[in-house]
Ligand binder design. Structure first.
Ligand code: FE2
Length: 438
């Protein structure tokens, strides 16, 4: 007797007619329907051939700022610089309760979208460490529903930020504040080398932060080269430090947008270095396409990093959402299929294999970057799954498919009705669902 069986599902690799059985919050069997036909379970879900996927994972988000749109005002230009200025205006007015309430609301949205693991950066450039304590509380509250991984993120630069700017009595440095966040239980070491005062200080920040991560045995995820400046080359230092400190497989470079504008010869050397070092990459297509290239007239650069080329070199690449309804981005709804769709279009990844890689960029790849254990649809994995109103990953992206069922540890935690429109056109079908219906 199983707790749950999902019958007649199609898996992301195209295997059809599969039954997935769950006991005690873990997947205990994945078999052709004929094998488990007679098996009984407390709950049975008929997938009707729809896609049963491991949950979506967002490798790059800012949960401390999310859903703050309009506070204290909206970003009129939509630019990165006005967004940073706006965050500076908002920060002194933040309360722990308000951050927790907004983050919890976003986690509700995420769960309903089948987004069950999020790596979120949390600003440590604050003598009060208000957002750090708020998001640690959110992490404690949401773990039955989703996995949160926190990155200590010195938003204003670990060398550039002087805490006495916000509290004249503060005796800590920005690096000490970041370390305090790690002592409190933040999981990953962050950074923002391109925002430090000089290229040299940027490189120095990468060294300092990677050494701290090595000392503590932690992962690293830096906002790295989020600029159109082709000479912003901190990812090279990040890869070099990863090799020097033996951190391969635990370091991620987020954004890497300068790589879009770099000299091709330099990139032909850089990408193999990133691959050799075991550094992964996260592109944030919705943000990269709206924020980069703002100093251009025409042609206007897209500003996303070189995703197909990184993938071809064997680098793990994920797509992140980065922002939803905050000082930097007014849109979004926790839909990683929207993120995948934008990434696919911006990177011109329209081949069949490339489109499937875009689906993996919001599922398997970020799971690997976060180091999630028990992720996937296989015996022994956590019973975390999403049943989508689509037959395959490409259709899921095309339709931003409805999440029919979201399952966490074997329990249905969210459901949505299938998307079907009634058609009142004489002589035509009564309904449409945007599939070919073959
Ligand atoms: Fe970010």
């Amino acid at each position: 007797m199983f707790d749950l069986i999902v019958r007649n599902a199609t898996l992301p690799d195209g295997t059809a007619g599969v039954d997935v059985a769950v006991v005690g919050g873990r997947i205990s069997a994945v078999e052709p329907h004929a094998v488990l036909r007679r098996a009984r379970a407390a709950e049975v879900i008929d997938a009707h051939g729809c896609l049963l996927s491991p949950p979506f994972v967002d490798a790059h988000f800012h949960l401390d700022a999310t859903l703050s749109l309009g506070l204290p005002r909206v970003n009129r230009s939509g630019t990165l610089l006005e967004g940073i200025a706006l965050w500076g205006e908002l920060k002194p007015t933040l309360t722990q309760d308000a951050i927790i309430a907004r983050a919890m609301q976003y986690c509700d949205w995420a769960a309903a979208r089948g987004l069950l693991a999020i790596r979120t950066h949390v600003d440590t450039c604050d003598p009060r460490l208000l957002a750090v304590e708020a998001l640690l509380e959110v992490k404690r509250r949401v773990w039955p529903t989703l996995d949160l991984q926190l990155v200590a993120f010195p938003q204003d630069g670990v060398l550039r930020y002087d805490p006495r700017r916000d509290d004249p009595n503060c005796r800590d440095t920005a690096l000490q504040l970041l370390n305090q966040a790690l002592d409190l239980g933040v999981d990953v070491v962050g950074g923002i080398p391109h925002f430090e005062r000089t290229m040299q200080e940027g490189a120095e920040s990468v060294r300092l932060l990677c050494e701290e991560a090595a000392r503590r045995g932690l992962r690293v995820d830096m906002h790295c080269d989020e600029t159109d400046d082709p000479m912003s080359r901190h990812v090279e230092t990040l890869a070099g430090e990863t090799r020097r400190l033996g951190l391969g497989g635990r370091v991620n470079g987020s954004h890497l947008t300068s790589m879009h504008s770099m000299d091709n010869y330099y990139v032909s050397k850089l990408i193999p270095l990133i691959a050799e070092a075991g550094v992964s990459a996260v592109a944030n297509p919705l943000i990269n396409i709206t924020i980069q290239g703002r100093h251009d007239t025409y042609p206007r650069r897209r500003g996303m990093t070189r995703v197909p080329e990184l993938l071809a070199a064997g680098v793990t690449v994920a797509f992140g959402h980065d922002c939803v309804m905050d000082p930097w981005y007014s849109l979004g709804s926790a839909d990683m299929l929207e993120v995948a769709s934008m990434g696919l279009h911006v990177a011109q990844m329209t081949g069949q294999d490339a489109m499937r890689a875009c689906y993996r960029a919001v599922t398997e790849a970020p799971a690997r970057i976060l180091g999630l254990d028990g992720y996937g649809i296989a015996p022994g994995c956590h019973a975390d799954m999403v049943l989508l109103q689509a037959r395959d990953p490409v259709e899921a992206i095309r339709l931003r498919a409805t999440r029919l069922k979201v399952i966490r540890r074997g329990r249905v935690i969210a459901e949505s009705a299938p998307q079907v429109a009634t058609l009142r056109v004489p002589g035509r079908p009564a309904t449409v669902d945007w599939t070919l219906g073959r």
